[in-house]
Design a protein around this ligand. Structure first.
Ligand code: FAD
Ligand code: UDP
Length: 384
């Protein structure tokens, strides 16, 4: 069977590795980090709390196929994510902004009036993207939308991306709509869980297969050369398949320049009390340099004597200095990315996969789904 090299032991790399190994292929998975799991990596720290050094991850999906696939590798703990936004010093309201937030921030009578208009004009229970709400024909709704925009989206988005919400558009802003209900869960997907033993354990189980060989602490770039449609691995022409889940600009030696990404700086703190804040995540939507504070024990119901929080600061990505976390989804960057995508097409045995290589702002369930689709493309088989 064919030799397959997969760069990246994150969820994308692990899923495709497993599917290909199960269908009889010899697979080598390479990652430059000392741990598997990519950004979803977690571990139990000295306080007995599961922490996620590359940022807080919560699993949610409406895709049963993805859920069933992952369920072969983990038990689950029920967890429904709720987020509060600190809009003023003394005021925390639910995000997505909902009717509870409306009544918490407006005088009662005015809130009643706005609620009535929203429901009669748009419909009870609807979820509306903020940029759409801002363009509504009703002046009252537009004013309300401006208020929500100012208090929830504008500053947070500038901090997170260095761009205004309008510059980013729907791919980003539609992720967190305004709820015309009292729904206070961040996600409304059918399946919302945390893996019972953590993401690392789940991904490690995915990778545990006799046909998968794992090589950590190995920078694939040092082994790989791509030239004139031929991939060389370890100096020899690769007579198999390369699936790459790292940054595509790096793969091609930045031939068309460095792609823009956002990086993050995490400041972890151990707090000497069992609980720090009233929700797992508090977003700082009008103040502070950090975007949000996450409290890990609240994701996993692991309350202990101490609690661990992380403050998240968003930064521009600087090659060689920090980690590229988020592709920046604006059209100029997609145009830039396309040059690399075209270049990749010259290599018949090269496939780009995952958040970095596809330059797409995707969640974990989509990472798994895309790996399944790639498996089907490569093998012609369907994933059960
Ligand atoms: P990654 O996890 O980035 O894995 C890529 C791997 O490739 C890395 O391990 C890297 O070391 C390796 N690699 C790169 N280049 C090389 C090289 N040259 N040689 C060897 N190895 C290399 N999704 C959700 O569903 N829910 C959430 O709550 C959520 N929260 C998030 C929070 C943050 C802060 C971030 C950044 C992302 C979040 N996501 C969330 C998205 C989620 O992280 C991704 O969808 C998913 O992890 C993508 O997996 P991946 O394998 O494509 O990429
Ligand atoms: N957002 C915001 N205020 C909030 C929450 C989200 O402005 O309180 C915007 C912001 O631009 C953010 C985007 O909505 O990047 C998507 O938020 P999400 O929580 O989905 O981002 P994630 O942390 O999962 O990448």
């Amino acid at each position: 069977m064919e030799k397959i090299i997969i760069v990246g032991a994150g969820l994308s790399g692990a899923t495709i590795a497993r599917l290909l190994a199960e269908s009889g292929n010899e697979v080598i998975v390479i990652d430059k980090r000392e741990n598997i799991g990519g950004n979803a990596y977690d571990y139990v720290d000295k306080n007995g709390i599961t922490v996620q050094p590359y940022g807080p991850h919560i699993f949610h999906t409406s895709d049963k196929q993805v859920f069933d696939f992952l369920s072969k590798f983990t038990e689950w703990k029920k967890y429904e994510h709720r987020v509060l936004a600190k809009v003023r010093k003394d005021k925390l309201v639910p995000v997505p902004f909902n009717l509870t937030a409306l009544f918490s921030l407006y005088p009662k009578e005015k809130a009643e009036r706005i609620k009535e208009t929203l429901i009669s004009e748009i419909g009870e229970g609807k979820k509306v993207p903020i940029l759409q709400l801002k363009k509504h024909q009703s002046e009252e709704i537009r004013k309300f939308a401006d208020f929500v925009y100012k208090n929830i989206f504008y500053i947070y988005t500038l901090k997170q991306w260095g761009f205004k919400p309008e510059q980013l558009g729907e791919a980003v802003m539609n992720r967190v709509p305004v709820y015309l209900s009292e729904e206070d869960r961040y996600f409304t997907d059918e399946f919302q869980f945390m893996p019972a033993e953590g993401f690392s354990a789940m991904i490690s189980n995915i990778l545990r297969h006799p046909k998968i060989k794992l090589k950590l602490k190995t920078d694939a770039k040092k082994e790989l050369t791509l030239s004139d449609g031929q991939i060389y691995f370890g100096g020899k022409p690769l007579d198999g398949t390369l699936i790459y889940t790292g940054c595509v600009d790096e793969l091609f030696d930045y031939k068309y320049g460095v792609l823009p990404y956002r990086s993050l700086k995490f400041k972890f703190e151990t707090i000497k009390k069992p609980s720090y804040q009233p929700a797992a995540v508090v977003n700082y939507t009008t103040s502070h340099k950090y975007t949000r504070i996450s409290e890990f024990s609240k994701f996993t119901c692991e309350q202990k004597e101490n609690t661990v929080i992380v403050k998240e600061y968003s930064k521009p990505f600087k090659k060689g200095k920090n980690i590229p976390y988020y592709p920046i989804p604006i059209s100029k960057n997609y145009e830039h990315y396309k040059k690399y995508e075209e270049e990749a097409k010259q290599y018949k045995n090269l496939y780009l996969l995952g958040r970095l290589a596809n330059y797409k702002y995707i969640n974990m369930d989509v990472a798994v789904k895309n790996a399944m689709l790639l498996y089907e493309e490569i093998t012609g088989d369907t994933v059960e």
